[in-house]
Every structure is written in C-alpha cells, then in structure tokens.
Design a protein around this ligand. Sequence first.
Ligand code: GLC
Length: 417
Amino acid sequence: MKQQKSPAPDYSWFDHSRYGMFIHWGAYSVAARGEWARNRERIPADEYSRLYAENFHAENYNPASWAALAREAGMGYMVITTRHHDGFALWPTRTGDFHAGRIGPKRDLLKPFVEAARAAGLKVGFYYSPADWRHPDYPGPWFRDWPGVNDWQSNEARARMIAYYREQLVELMTGYGKIDYLWYDGCIPSDLASPEINAEMLRLQPGMLINERNGAPWHVRISEQAINPPKEWGIRWEACMTLNDNWGWHAGDMNWKSAREVVKMLCETAAGGGNLLLNVGPRPDGTIPEESARILREAGAWMRRNGAAIHGCGRSPFTWNNWGRVTVNGNLVYLHIRNSTGRELCWAELKNKVIAARWLADGAPVVFEQKGERLFLRDLPVPLPDPISSTIELVVEGTPEPLTCQTTFWIPGEPAS
Ligand code: GLC
C-alpha cells in the first residue's frame, strides 16, 4: 500500500495576520500585582489559594467581547494563558484540583474562549507553562530564572513532572477542537523530553505552530519585550510585548504605551517579517482595562486605514532612516512616515523603478520623481495627514531591492544568500 503523504502545514494565517492578542489571566489577576506575585513575594501555597484562586470569579467574563476587541484592533489570533507558573489551570484538569472547574469560577474558562475566537474568525493559541511553582516535583517555587538541570530532586521527580505536563497538554490538545498555536513559556530545567512531547502534540494537532520555548520541534522564535528579528532570514518569529510594564493585571501600573507606539511596533515587526503579540491583562472579573481597550482601538483605527501595509508583509531589505519604517509585500513598498521631513521627503535606498505612489489611507496620488539613486516625494502636507503614522504605497517594478545591503546592524539584517 502506498503511504499517504500528509499535506504541508499551512501557516499562512500567521504570516498574514502579523498581529495577535496575548492574554494573561488567572488567579494572579486577583492579586493585581502582576503574574509573578506568588514567586516574588514568596506567598505560601495555601495563602495563595485562599486569597487569590478562591476570589477569582470571572463574573463578567465575556470572551466574545475580547474577540470583538481583537478584531477591532486588526488582530488575527488570540493566545491565552491556560496555565501560568502559579499552577492554576483555567480548565478542569484531571491532573489535580487547583483549577477553575473546582476553585473560583467553578467552570471551564477555555471552552467559551475557544468558541468566541472561532466565531470571530480568529485563530486560537494556548499559552502553557511547563513550569509549575505548585507542583511538588518542580525544583522550587522561588526560582527567578530557569532552574538548572541539576535542580531536579531526582530523576523520578523529573519523570513525574514530564508525565504531568504531558497529560495537561493532551487535555488541552484534545478537548477544544482545533488549536492553531501552542505557546510555551520557559522557566523549566531541561530536559522535559520536549522532542517526544512536541511531536506527540503535533500528532494531536497537525498543522499547529509551536513556539521555541520548549525546544524542538518548534516553528516560531520569540523576541520578548524587544523587536529583534532573527539574524537569519526565513525564520518565523514573533515579538511579544506588554502594553504597560506587566503581563498580568497590575492595578498600579499606569505606564501605558500610546497607540502611536503600538503602530510603531507593528511597523517594526512587519518590516522584520514577524508578528506582534500584544498583551492585555484582564481584571479578575474578566474585563479588559479600559486603557488597554482604548489604545488597541485607536491603533485599530489606524490598521483599518493602513492594514494592507502590515498584513502579510515579508521581511523588508530596507534599513533605517530618519523618518520611519519601510514594509514590503510583493512589488509594493510602504513608507510609514512618523517624522515629517517637511514638504519633501528624499528616500535613497530603493533600486527599483517606481511606477506609482499614493497615500494608502485614501488612494490620493503622491507626486514623485526618481533622480538617479534618489526618490523624491513632493508636495507632502505639513503636518502629515495621520498623526500616528502616514503611509505611502509605492508600486515598483520587480521585487523591491535596496541599493546597498546593510550588514553591520541587525536592523533589519542581511538577506541570506
Ligand atoms: C516572561 C514573564 C512571564 C510571561 C512571559 C511572556 O517570561 O516572566 O510571566 O508570561 O514573559 O513571554
């Protein structure tokens, strides 16, 4: 009998969306001091359970409104913390009793999440932390960084930890329909048998993406709180960023990024051919802080005008300049102008002939002239039409190429030869 070849996995949704919502939500949201509260404050397990898990009620939880916000923001997927380091599972896991089915909300929080995401046409990502501060076999609840390989109490302890996280993952991968993205977090000593576990999860969810944090096989490299495209071209990657300085809800953290900063991050990740996974930390009742929602909506309005210059963009060979960022898609080149250069802008990086130039938001033509190596855009309005970032679309002949490749900085790196 001939062996059936399974079709090549299709990751185009990830490359197209370029923008997703990260959601940190759990018992720690009750503490309102970020998701590391238990570890940082060395809170005993029973106290954590009594004060936080038991007071986590999710009483206004409406994942359809999260999904609607993600859509309005221009995002293509959502990734939720199914279980963070504190060990509190958002679903009724059979592996223990520290979960939302028994304590706090007393129901499965993941099922409605997945349904809401699907109904809104969003892809579903599950964040999962193999590290578990509560598990007796985890090397210890107070580690700040990765515990070392020698921090296991015994090989048996390690084996039990592997069996435990495998079982939880199997529940996640078999109980909720199609999962598009398994988003591992770290803080685990190697090795957690990741090659076997990841291969098994891929058998359960063929075509799913896995991030790099639990070893091979993986598909997505992560850049955390920084926008660093991999040095090598052709690697799928994602920058995960907070909207203030915390992942989990922190009532005292007011250090919000502006919509303008969000758009800047979007342009930078898209210019690097990567995705932006932008975080919200809902309050324990399930509502997203107004400030987060406002910023996402404002950036979302920009995305409605200029999303074509983000969605599906490949890695740009163009480097930095003094006015903004450049993204590319096929023979289209997008100039995202953040800093006005007055009535005229000169860009001297493009090798190709320009066929047309227009404002992306309304299609109005832009006067341009190519003089040798320099492209001049003329009669630009002052101030720029969009205070967040004004995008000009260039139609060029052939595949966009730079006059010279920049090789000394990582921005945006060197095309692989
Ligand atoms: C950091 C934080 C962790 C968070 C993760 C997201 O590792 O310590 O709490 O979930 O970032 O990438």
